[in-house]
Write a protein that binds this ligand. Sequence first.
Ligand code: ADP
Ligand code: MG
Length: 413
Amino acid sequence: MNSTNDTCCEASGSPAPSGPMRSFRFLIRGLHPRLLTVCPFGAILSRPMWVFRYLPVGCTHGYSRLAPSGHPAPRRSPLLSLAFCLILLPCGLFARGPLLKRHEYSLPRMGTIFRIELYSADEAAASKAAEAAFARAEELEQIMSNYREDSELMRLAREGASAPFPVSSDLYDVLSKSIRISELSRGAFDVTVGPLVELWRKARTMGRFPDASELAQAKALVDCRNLELDATRRTVFLKRAGMKLDLGAIGKGYAADQMLTLLQSRGFRQAMVVAGGEVAVGAPPPGETGWRVALETPDAGPGNPPCTLLLHDAAVSTSGDSKQFVEVNGKRYSHVIDPSTGLGLEGAASTTVIAKEAATTDALGTALSVMPVADGIRLAESLSGVAVYMVRQVGNGWKRYASRGFPAGCPGR
Ligand code: ADP
Ligand code: MG
């Protein structure tokens, strides 16, 4: 997704198709979903963009400027075009196939609401798959929670400092991903941030700032270079006693990826999983080019409606302090902590990251919130398939920044 031409994302603000393209697309959308799946041309019909890209027909006229390849479609004879349309459409109209219906499920998990949306002709199979996906989320919560004393993560914190601690493949996987993001962000994201998170939770309930010695003690335990992973034995060793791990900034994204993978392995390709602010999407809904994801940014208001992205086979996360923050002495601190100072971030802000996986977008969203804007943009642009959009409060106004590759259409782009 390094460029806006990448077809897995676009913003709703991008120019809408016009003329014949719009009407043909409308016609396709208006067809019964059943017609879009079984006819020999079904695969093409269910992806209207493809129709315009590949058919040598006049229907491509309006679309040529917008073809995903970026190359204008060649002009063809109108007669040939009409003939092709006449062959293609009846085929769709008489096809018999399953009726794809939208199904939605939600359940509280990991301190937030998890939501699944998918398209299926078989309601019973869909709800079974959703149940299995939620069971997977529950399994992951039992591994990654730092609220449950008996979670694998908490056992690791208790026992992992005396000897290498054997872990499940999930915990190993999520910790390896975490270390990669820590390295990329030079410690702005750090899963060993646990002692500081605890201190800030206490500060929130007591309404007072942590004192300097408490802060220094906690800060000294935060450094993911003290986390030693052994891939052969699949063990984790905590090099310093008292270290505490916190997967709050990657666990939900990881769970969303795992749930989507499970749904897809059961044949539900047209699916979306939302885990709080983390979103993972598969193939687009029938007749659409992507899933619509509205960005929650702190600058949204009556004159500035939320910007909407269109995504498929991708993930997006927004990290921000709109819901979770601590107020001490009239100052507002985010639940995202800068490990280099030990303090919660100040000022209203949001950071939206698009990438292939939600574990990446979740963790990078936190990392890029902590990093200075220019460094964050540079990091995002150095990573293949990653794009970022940031909103920062400056005085009484807002500044918006986007990396190259963030879909056009959001304010500031
Ligand atoms: P949200 O929970 O709203 O999705 P984030 O993804 O940014 O927000 O995660 C914030 C959580 O991550 C915090 O509540 C805390 O548990 C943890 N955290 C805070 N600061 C950091 C950090 N610098 N690196 C890693 N995890 C962090
Ligand atoms: Mg996050």
